[in-house]
Design a protein around this ligand. Structure first.
Ligand code: NAD
Ligand code: IPM
Ligand code: MN
Length: 351
């Protein structure tokens, strides 16, 4: 049988640095020959050289692979060399939308031994282990909107949040299914006190689906209060389900309180299997530390465990998780390079 094919998009900034370590650990876990790796040169450099962000021919090729690994794309915030959002929308969001990645899965766990900004009293309350199921194909990311009278004092600029019953239903159901395999609690996060249309739809569908899962405890939080709870009572969360933009914001804070953005993994999943799923760290291209070999590759490495799980290789996924747990537990604050961290985790996986 042909080996599964994995497309590798390093991208910009620290993207290629952390992806190299992710692939290193993936090979240690699954065997060097388990997959065929195909590198795709996409990102800022390609655009500057050719004007291409994601040619249709490449998109068509990617549709046929078994999984995609992405580092990150994008320039420094404030840089004018590349229009803001050109690569993020033209590459990353294009892939999420084209491949219908409606489940953007972002787990957060406070590993023992990890430095956290949470207070000792909060940490002492018990294990912190939750996952955010972020809708990935709708909401304010849909690209619906425009501006009127641009550049005048009468300018009106709009982005419309698109929420469909089908889109909300499928991601909420996924969250309940995940909760059944975890601690059986789902929290809906929205802002239905203000966003009456979208919030009303999410709330109604959430309530309908909850009725089909009597074993699952549910609750609801407004997104602003969620920020408080993530800092003061993160143990209350098991599965959080939310829309695209709220999920983006929640998961950066979730990362920060559970050891930092360098640890936060994510998967963009198409549960139907109609298109390949994509695995990437939550973080971006970190232009402030790019090229120095100091980026933490752990988030990308943990994303490889999500990839293996998705490809039906749970034992190998668990081996990566155990190796990451062990590395993170003993790392303290000692400075290690990107490749030293990758080597250490790969060695634990192999040993
Ligand atoms: P960022 O996540 O790149 O960086 C935020 C901060 O976290 C920086 O101080 C950075 O040094 C630090 N950081 C990030 N990853 C780290 C790691 N692995 N190890 C250690 N420190 C790490 O967010 P930003 O600065 O807002 O965005 C930079 C660019 O990346 C922007 O162009 C943005 O659009 C893009 N971006 C891309 C993706 C993606 O492709 N998936 C995700 C987020 C942001
Ligand atoms: C993320 C990123 C992206 C998002 C950007 C770069 C489009 O912040 O993956 O969290 O907003 O989804
Ligand atoms: Mn983000």
């Amino acid at each position: 049988a042909p080996r599964p094919t994995i497309a590798v998009i390093g991208g910009d900034g620290i993207g290629p640095e952390v992806v190299a370590e992710g692939v290193k650990v993936l090979k240690a876990a699954a065997g060097a020959d388990a997959f065929e790796y195909v590198a795709y040169d996409l990102g800022a450099e390609r655009w500057q050289r050719t004007g291409e962000v994601l040619p249709d021919s490449v998109l068509a090729e990617l549709a046929g692979v078994d999984a995609i690994i992405l580092g990150a794309v994008g320039a420094a915030p404030g840089s004018t060399a590349i229009p803001s959002g050109l690569l993020e929308r033209g590459l990353l969001l294009k892939l999420r939308f084209a491949f219908d990645h409606y489940v953007n899965l972002r787990p957060s766990k406070l590993y023992p031994g990890v430095v956290t900004p949470l207070s000792d009293a909060v940490v002492a309350r018990g294990p912190i282990d939750f996952t955010v199921v972020r809708e990935g194909t709708e909401g304010l990311y849909a690209g619906v909107g425009g501006s009127l009278a641009r550049g005048t004092s009468a300018e009106v600029a709009n982005e419309v949040s698109v929420n469909t019953a089908r889109g909300v239903e499928r991601v909420v159901r996924d969250a309940f299914e995940r909760a059944m395999r975890r601690r059986k609690k789902v929290t809906l996060v929205h802002k239905h006190n203000v966003l009456v249309n979208a919030g009303g739809l999410w709330n109604r569908i959430f309530t309908e689906i909850a009725a089909q899962y009597p074993d699952v405890t549910t609750d609801y939080l407004h997104v602003d209060a969620t920020m408080i709870m993530l800092v003061q009572d993160p143990q209350r969360f098991d599965v959080i389900v939310t829309d695209n933009l709220f999920g983006d914001i929640i998961t950066d804070l979730a990362a920060a309180v559970t050891g930092g953005i360098g640890l936060a993994a994510s998967a963009n999943i198409n549960p139907t299997g109609a298109f390949p799923s994509m695995f990437e760290p939550v973080h971006g291209s970190a232009p402030d530390i790019a090229g120095q070999g100091i980026a933490d590759p752990t988030a990308t490495i943990s994303s490889m465990a999500l990839l293996l799980d998705h490809l039906g290789r749970p034992a190998e996924a668990a081996a990566i998780e155990r190796a990451v747990d062990a590395d993170v537990a003993q790392r303290g604050t000692a400075a290690r390079s990107t490749s030293q961290i990758g080597d250490a985790i790969a060695a634990r996986v192999a040993g």
